[in-house]
Design a protein around this ligand. Sequence first.
Ligand code: HEM
Length: 451
Amino acid sequence: MTPTMQSTNNPRPVWLDDKTKSIMDRAIAREQSLSRLLMTYIVTGLIFMLLPGTFLGVWNLIKISGREAADSISPAWIQAHGHAQLFGWVGTFILGIGFYSIPKLRKLKPFALWSAWLTWALWVAGVTLRWFSNIYPWHWRIALPLSATLELVAFLIFFQSVATHRSSGPAKPFEPWIFVVIAATVGLLASLVLNLGASFQLALNADSPAFPHLFDQRYLIVSTWGFIVPMIWGFSARWLQVFMGLRPLRKSLLPFALAFNTLGVIVAFLDYFLLGGILLLAGAAIAVAAIRFFEPAAKPAKIINVHRSFPVFIRIAYAWMLIAAALGIWAARVREAPGIWGASRHALTVGFIAAMIFCVGQRILPSFCGMRVLWSPKLMFIMLFLLMTGCTLRVASEILAYQNYAAWAWYILPISALIELTAVALFAVNLIVTFAGPPVVVPSPLTMTTE
Ligand code: HEM
């Protein structure tokens, strides 16, 4: 018999026989390996977010504003920024969190850790190669399809690892949020397959690595509304009930939200943007009603270790999602609408997606990454405030400037970009300093959780 300390919260020694202790040691070692893996995915995502993603986005916007013309920079550079943000940042975060949490939430048998490291290596190589082939079109005819192939193979290994492993106990019926996450995963697969097809097509027939404008518009709807948005809904339905003290999920509504959203993505991809936009707005409104964000909470929010404004910013983020869908309908009704499309896209990507990652990421990642506590909840508030301010200025002035409604709005755009850049940089600092600090709880099977 060996005395074991369970956690620093419970310092009394517990007497365990050697067999139990060895099982616990293995569980702790696996948890530590999973935390290291997740931290690697998150830090990689932060690097994509900062340099190839946001910094390039700011650079592009400053150039566009200086020339006062939306189409004055290379579409390949704009697409390099978009791909780095959606797949380099958000995609890497989602793969890492998926590896860490899905097997635990579904009580699946553990997967081999090497498959997660292989996925990471292939994914990072694919997304990096894609960025370089858009920015420096050196041998792009090989680099572009190769990057798309690497991304797809990485995804297939991920899928094989977390989705096809059998449950370690009796099979649990699927909860509604799982269907939403499955639909989002199918959206990711569809995005990667479209990316692969288009990359080969360009390599064989085109003279630039940039997707043609119309295809790019349709493709972006699949990779945002078809992949990232339902992924956020799924994890919101799973975690935010508890974190925000919301009333119980309206389980019967969630499938309708998903059905409208999926139909909207398909219809918009087939080039019927107006009908697609209406369906996406309907799906988004039903999702909000299902998860009950704007109803009085049933319990106090669990805001320990995060800033107390957390539930407010989640609600603002969901409001941005509705605004993004409404702007999409407006854009589809106007003949020439680069400013309204751009505003709709950034209302979704910055106002909703980035804000949700800032809120939920800082709530869950410190504990997933080795039982840590967020370095600075105050900084969390400052960055969310800056993000929302930058997003409001950006969305409003993009419409005014790009659509030629008000020339002064061109001067606001670079300011909005710098505010957003500051917010994004503070998010990275807060997480990296958190990861660099020591764990507050010694990992043990009693403290290992996915909440
Ligand atoms: C500092 C923050 C950001 C700035 C300054 C910025 C800037 C830009 C600019 C100038 C464009 C070109 C089209 C347009 O003018 O609307 C663009 C497109 C885009 N951005 Fe951003 N962006 C930022 C943040 C983000 C974030 C956080 C995401 C995603 C999570 C994102 C995703 C995209 C996508 C998908 C496109 C379209 C790319 C394409 O046409 O293929 N951006 N961004």
